[in-house]
Design a protein around this ligand. Structure first.
Ligand code: SAM
Ligand code: SF4
Ligand code: FES
Length: 348
């Protein structure tokens, strides 16, 4: 008990732990509340009480990859595929701005119909609306990442999923872990704010691996870290896998805040899919970002990474009002700025 609290206090003060210390807290059920409380204080101290809302546009569910857990994998014939047009994407961004979002996240499967020139045209039109643009379209060449950046993209989300190369290549067959690391470093070099993260609960993943994930996020100075539990999808090869451990994921969020105090850390949709009001719990455990869906109509349902996805019957306006109310009810507020990554403690 005392040793545990000493570790947590030290992490909250120095933002440093070694791999075995991280692992001991990750696996300690009884540490969860104290970890969350310490992470909540560090969150307050470094990034404040503002919650940044990012409007998520799921613009295509077409994907060339075979990730064994994901409903968008190209081998899944059960899913109804769609692709929005550039005009439709820009129109959703404009509506997102109307709801008061300051960032849009453009996310899709690895859909190569969206060539660099097509995506650059979309990015330029959205940047002209004074929105921050986050891309999440998977692995591309350095030159393509450079073109997106020059067109105005500010941030990029590309989870490493796991830093264990063998585990990664087992569950993302056809993909190379070295290549994914290279993509991450390319994005950093190009001046993006880079988001990475862990898929918690891949079969064979150990707490020691998760501890090494956290140390790698520190090492690359990740600007954003998004983590969520694996939710088994019956239309994929991991359909019968055990779901990721929600509590372990929560402890990982808290440890991330203690060890990367300046990072933007989302309370992810997957956490709420598993536990009602899960995003509030995570916002009180170190997180400071939420990504409400601004995709419209039936496309929400069709962007089916996993079953039980929240908000499939809600509109973008519903989600904006819902999150605004929930954030205020927690005594926090919806941030009015673009929410770039903090450097150093928040100015008082
Ligand atoms: N295609 C891009 C990529 O993979 O980076 C962006 C979209 S991809 C759907 C976004 C994230 O969804 C992945 O990084 C993965 O961690 C997560 N994901 C996919 N299937 C999931 C599942 N069954 N349960 C939880 N998360 C899942
Ligand atoms: Fe495609 Fe991303 Fe799903 Fe992998 S996780 S199948 S790359 S959409
Ligand atoms: Fe979509 Fe609550 S966030 S309805």
């Amino acid at each position: 008990g005392e040793y545990r609290q000493d570790l947590i206090d030290r992490a909250a003060r120095d933002h440093v732990l070694n791999a075995s210390e991280i692992e001991s807290l990750l696996t300690d059920d009884e540490a969860e509340k104290a970890l969350a409380a310490a992470a909540d204080r560090v969150r307050q101290e470094f990034v404040g009480d503002g919650v940044h809302l990012r409007g998520l546009i799921e613009f295509s569910n077409i994907c060339r990859c075979h990730c064994m857990y994901c409903g968008l994998r190209c081998d899944n014939s059960k899913i109804e595929r769609y692709r929005l047009s550039p005009d439709e994407i820009v129109e959703l961004a404009d509506k997102a701005r109307g709801y008061g979002y300051h960032t849009v996240v453009l996310q899709s499967g690895e859909d190569l119909q969206f060539t660099a020139p097509v995506l650059c045209g979309i990015i330029r039109r959205i940047k002209a609306m004074d929105l921050a643009v986050t891309l999440s379209v998977g692995e591309r060449s350095y030159e393509e990442y450079q073109a997106f950046r020059e067109a105005g993209a500010d941030r990029y989300l590309l989870r490493i999923e796991t830093t264990d190369a063998a585990l990664y290549e087992r569950w993302d067959p056809g993909m190379s872990h070295a290549r994914r690391i290279q993509c991450t470093l390319d994005l950093k070099k190009l001046g993006y704010e880079v988001g990475t993260g862990t898929l918690v609960g891949l079969p064979g993943q150990t707490p020691a691996m998760i501890a090494r994930d956290i140390l790698w996020y520190q090492q690359i100075d990740a600007d954003m870290v998004g983590i969520g539990p694996l939710i088994p999808n019956g239309d994929t090869p991991l359909g019968k896998a055990a779901p990721g451990d929600w509590h372990l994921t929560r402890r990982m969020v808290s440890l991330l805040r203690l060890l990367l105090p300046e990072a933007n850390i989302p309370a992810t949709t997957a956490m709420e899919t598993m536990v009602p009001h899960g995003r509030e719990v995570i916002l009180n455990s170190g997180a400071n970002v939420v990504m409400p869906n601004v995709t419209e109509g039936d496309f929400r349902r069709k962007y089916a990474l996993y079953p039980g996805k929240i908000c499939v019957a809600d509109t973008p306006a519903d989600c904006r009002a819902c999150m605004g109310g929930r954030i205020r009810a927690m005594g926090r507020f919806v941030a009015a700025d673009k929410g770039f990554r903090h450097h150093g403690r928040r100015r008082q």
